[in-house]
Structure formats: structure tokens, C-alpha cells
Ligand binder design. Sequence first.
Ligand code: SIN
Length: 481
Amino acid sequence: MKYDVLIIGAGIAGLYSAMNIPKEKSVLVVCKDIPWECNTFYAQGGMVTALDENDIDLHVKDTMEAGAYHNNRDSVEILSRTSLETTKDIIERGMKFDVDEDGEILYTKEAAHSTKRIVHAGGDATGRYMHYFMMLENSHKLQRNTLVYDLLIEDGRCFGVKALVNYKHQTIYADDVIIASGGVGSLYEYNTNSRTVSADIHGICVEKGIELADMEMMQFHPTVFVKTPFARKLLLTEALRGEGAWVVDEDGKRFLFDYDERGELASRDIVSRAIFKHNRDTGKEVYLDFSMFEEKWFHERFPNITRTFDAIGYSFPKDRVPISPAFHYAVGGIKCDTHGCVEGIDGLYVIGEASSTGVHGANRLASNSLLEGVVFGKRAVEHILAKEKVEIKIPNFDKEYRNIVHHGNDIIYKKRLRKIMWEEMGVIRTKEGLLNAKNAIYDMKNRDIGRLLELRLNTASAIVESALKRKDSLGTHYIEN
Ligand code: SIN
């Protein structure tokens, strides 16, 4: 099997890339499980777009400020400027964002945005509406149950992947491979991510010496309901605070103002830390309070959240709900340029959450992630289509792999890893905790383990090593002495 382009991942970045490749090209999009098990599907708040030319400078400023000015300014400017054309393109193709009674697009606001510039769909179900739309728009073959466990790289070129397809080993060759596999959520005990997002491809990159960047920058979402037995914890979108919801402690105190004058609308790293510290230092439970909202309006604006929480016994907006920060988004990732090219490896691209273009700096501005997926997905495809095709003889890739999926005690070690990452590489870190994590990861790597766990441990190790290198706090990386 040889394709022109192989795309690993069927979230917004992978699907929008596929949509931009002409039908005549042979393209295969693969996903690990069912296509809607991806982070795009669970995105609630919306997608940022610059409102017009005049908003670009302000959007760039908000993105850089949230990112603690650790951002690559070129990437941020590309993100904001290109949003004008990508949002227009998506709407012209037929995507229906929420509109008012006159048919005008409704924009919302989230924390650290200076203005309302976030488009949304289905109220609080933007991700699933966009994902469904792009699944229908993609005309290329989409193959599920395809678990990539190696990249075929030799002499500075990528030739394809090794994968388990419906549990059978297959080699898939391609002239160009786009990694759009998302972040690292499954490494954390508390996370908001799809269960399929487990850092495998990052782990392969570590093995092959491909550079990861800013891996200490792991973002925690401040308002998550974690009291469920399931791996994916329930997100309460930042748009709730954007519309006016409060964060209170069990005495009803809006304590966030003790930490930042913007209160609920401070950037995500600041709010997460304040909630974490307040709970740790006072022992008081923290809640999200919606009691200021009118019931009918709330149910129409947040239908998805209303239904999900109704099923577990909460009646919104009347009931307040206990919250905690939880891992949400990998700001760092596989290093690439602003066309998604991975340096030193021809034919290998990375886009979306898996990538690191430096666009998010040290902390991602809310709802810039869906936008990142479309903007950099489009740019990677433009780069691929502009290249001259050269025929290169494919080398032999006949390495033997054993125990790809599970082995012995993997399940116990995976649980241990998730706990360590949450406790030591979480919202607040200490040098001692990071060294504990490093030792524990090293210990597990030296056990008799399967390949997927080995890949997870590679990525975890890269995260901890990056955190150890950064001595001072910055953005999402907060170190307490
Ligand atoms: C949210 O809806 O709060 C999540 C949006 C994001 O992660 O940008």
C-alpha cells in the first residue's frame, strides 16, 4: 500500500488537511479507534477567529499575553491573519455556527480575550458539530482501528508507518506523512481528553531523536468535574465564565480576586493555580456557580452541559458543581516550522495539538486550538502540494516488534504513571517531585513492558526532563521551592 499522503489522526487538523487535498490524490486518513474519539469532538467553547483586519493586532496581543510572551510571534501572526480566510472557507463550505435571529454570527468570549471573537455551534458543542461537518466534507478514505506504532524513517526521510489495523500488522507507505494525532492526555490521572490521546507518536519521535519543544508547558483547565470513575473527566467550558459564571468556595466567596484582579477571566494558568492552591491551603471545596443565569437562556446556550450533568443528578443553573483543574492540552509538542515541516526529516509533517510551532507560548489562549488545527493543517497541505514529486526507492523496514499493545503488568504501570504525572508534573511542581517522577519513569522503562507503554514513558520522560531544565516558573510551568 502506498499513498500520496497519509494523515495520522481524524480530529479537526487531520480532517481539514484532508479536505484541502484534491480528490485526484491518493490520501488515507487513519484513526486509532472510532473517528469521533478525538479531542476535537469534546471541544465545547468554540473556535477563535480574528473578527476582521482591525482585530488581528489585538488577537495577537491576547495570544502573546496569555502565552507569557514565550510565543513565536511569526506563528501567532500567521494564526490570526489566516483565520480570516479559514473561517470564511469553513462557512462557505456550509458549516453552521450559531447565529442570532437576524442570521448574524454570535460571538462569545472566554478568559483572557479582550473582546468577543469565538464562534460556536450547537451552543456548547462546537467540537462535535465541526467534527461531524468535516467528516462529511472529507472525500478521502478514512480508516478506523489503525494504531500507528512506528514511523518508517531512514536517511532523513519518512516513508510511512507500521500500524496495527484491526489488530493485524500492516506497513503503510506514503510520499508524505502528516502527524495530527493530538496530545498526551492519557498520561494524566485527571484529564479532559479522549481516551485515544496517549502520546504514542511523541514517544516514537523521542526514540528517533526528533526534537520535542516546550514539553514542560502542559495546560490545565480550571473548571472540570473530576468526581467520575471514567478516565475522561467532564469539562465545564470556559465560555460559562465568559458569560458570567462564578468560581466560589464552599462559603460562597469569589476568592479568585485574591489572586488576580480579572477574577474568573484571568488566563487559564492563573485560574487553575488559584483553585488548586485555595483548595490545598484552606481545605475548602471549590464550585462553579451558575445561579445568576436565567434557566431558559442557560438551557439554550449550554444544552450539552445541561444534559450531561442532568444525567448525573445536577440541575443547572440552580445547582452549583464541584470543580478541580485537570490536564487539558499539550502546549508543547513535536517541533516544526510554520508549515508543519519536521526539521531534518523530508516527508514528515506535524499539525494541531501534536505540534509545537511556538504559537501558544507558555500557555494557550482559550479556543485558539481548533483554529490552530485548521490554519496549520492548511499550510502543511499547501507545502506538500507545492513540492515536486521525486521517486525514491523504499528501503526495507523489516524490524521485528513484540508485545505491541499490552504486556504483563502494563495496566498497573500505566495507572502508576498517570498518578505520578498528576501529582508531580501537575498544576504545581517541585524539584523534588520532578526527580521522583524521573526515577519512577526510569524504573518502569526498565521493566518487561509492551511497546505502547514504552512510548508513553518516552513522552513522560521528555516532559519531566523539560520541566527539570526550566528552573523558574513561566506560564503553565509553575515550580514551588
Ligand atoms: C473550553 O471550552 O473551555 C475549552 C476551550 C479550549 O480548550 O480552548
